[in-house]
Ligand binder design. Structure first.
Ligand SMILES: [Zn+2]
Length: 456
């Protein structure tokens, strides 16, 4: 009898639990798609607060706004963490043109974050086009000296995961000026990290590394259409000149904040699970995709638990990190304070790949926890969430270290992300309400499951 009964009992218990989870996930998705504040929060963050570059007035408005909204949710704790951040200011709108004989052709550029300005008159020099830093080094100082280096390696269109193509191109933007300066260049231009051809220059962070200050050279991004045109003109006239003018400036670091909201765990309050994105954006737009979306999705996770009256076993925190874009100081400060306070983080989820249709997650965890995730696959099937892979999760949660921890990155569809990334068109209208809310529900669901079943 025992032999007969026990498996039956277990299998019915299992399907009962499975049904419970199915019901809960349905509730989570229904709430997100019908009653959550996710999209209206993004509307406010984008259209009332606006751009939130670290150290700017906009960033502080973002801190005040999100803290006040978290305070309306009836959480156990809402607080700020002080963090010193860099303050770089773009100044006047940049101007640039190609000077081919007497013909001037205006092209769209923007300064890269932390670039120095040109002189007040602007900078005019011949251009040398390269596809990589390696090609530049092979050319050597004789050819590069006194010129503007133009990095023009496009993003590879054949990678279906567009972040792969970004990863293979972004060294031109990050190290381009430093490497060109070592060979005597007077400035650099980099093709925007964008898969499509358009007129938006895309900014982003760059580093002069340990170059002495007098070796810093101005560096800018040029739109993909501008890059194509410049490259074409260079083929017919290699000695044409390029002019650009920028007035950006770096000031002393200023005080800013990470914004945190928390629901205390009902069984294991000392075990902390965090979710969130970065509150700062670039200054050219309001950063609705990067990363307003991730912030409001993280806030929606806590809103959903409160509204569904779900009492998590572990402490759940939303963390809105400051300064991901040009320093990563918020993520580092969070980790530093967590060590100082002896906090035990068991889980961290970051959404920083845009508010597009969610496809799944990437994980940094051990095999036990990963196989647990795979056992939940069928629960996600109704929501078309199918991609469960190991890989990079998020740069704000990257500094967090703990002996036993699961890190997760939300993976939305990435086909359109680089149309907007760090450019003036990353505005509210490029985020779809349902796609954003589906992302929030997907995040809430994985947190619900890990909270319920624990970390191995
Ligand atoms: Zn981002």
């Amino acid at each position: 009898m025992k032999k007969f009964f026990l498996p039956l009992l277990f299998s019915s218990l299992f399907s009962f639990a499975q049904n419970d989870d199915e019901v809960m996930l349905k509730k989570i998705y229904d709430f997100s798609l019908t009653n959550s504040k996710c999209y209206s929060w993004l509307d406010d963050l984008s259209n009332k607060v606006g751009q939130r570059l670290s150290g700017s007035e906009g960033a502080e408005k973002g801190v005040i706004y999100t803290k006040a909204e978290l305070e309306t949710l009836g959480l156990d704790r809402v607080f700020l963490q002080e963090v010193m951040v860099p303050k770089w200011v773009r100044g006047e709108k940049e101007s640039a043109y190609i000077l081919d004989g007497k013909q001037k052709t205006v092209v769209p550029i923007c300064a890269l974050g932390s670039s120095i300005a040109t002189s007040k008159k602007g900078l005019t020099a011949e251009i040398i086009e390269v596809k990589s830093i390696e090609e530049l080094r092979n050319l050597g100082e004789n050819i590069v000296k006194g010129k503007i280096v133009f990095y023009n390696r496009p993003m590879e269109p054949t990678n279906i995961e567009s972040f792969t193509s970004y990863g293979k191109c972004v060294d031109q933007r990050f190290y381009g000026a430093m490497e060109a300066s070592k060979l005597g260049a007077v400035g650099t231009l980099v093709r925007s990290m964008n898969l499509r051809l358009d007129d938006f220059p895309h900014t982003g962070t760059q580093s002069y590394g340990d170059l002495p200050k007098e070796k810093y050279i101005p560096t800018a991004a040029i739109s993909t259409n501008g890059a194509e045109l410049l490259s074409k003109k260079l083929k017919s006239n290699p000695s044409l000149k390029f002019y650009f003018k920028m007035s950006c400036q770096t000031f002393d670091d200023v005080m800013s904040h990470n914004v945190i909201g928390e629901i205390k765990g009902s069984e294991n309050p000392e075990k902390i699970m965090i979710v969130g994105g970065h509150l700062d954006s670039w200054d050219l737009a309001d950063g609705s995709q990067d990363d307003g979306a991730g912030c409001v999705q993280g806030m929606t996770v806590l809103e959903t638990f409160k509204k569904l009256n779900y009492k998590p076993k572990n402490t759940i925190r939303v963390v809105l990190f400051m300064n991901e874009e040009n320093g990563g100081r918020g993520g580092m400060k969070y980790e530093e304070l967590s060590k100082l306070n002896n906090e035990n983080h068991i889980f961290a989820l970051e959404s920083d790949s845009g508010g597009f249709t969610p496809r799944g997650f990437s994980f940094e965890c051990d095999e036990n926890n990963f196989s647990k995730v795979l056992s939940w696959k069928t629960l996600f099937e109704p929501y078309l969430i199918h991609s469960f892979i190991k890989g990079h999760t998020g740069s704000d949660i990257h500094p967090l270290t703990s002996a036993k921890m699961v890190k997760v990155g939300l993976k939305p569809d990435s086909q359109r992300y680089f149309d907007y990334h760090h450019a003036a068109n990353d505005t509210f209208d490029c985020v779809n309400k349902r796609e954003l809310e589906l992302g929030a529900a997907t995040m809430t669901s994985i947190i619900y499951l890990f909270d319920k079943y624990g970390i191995d």
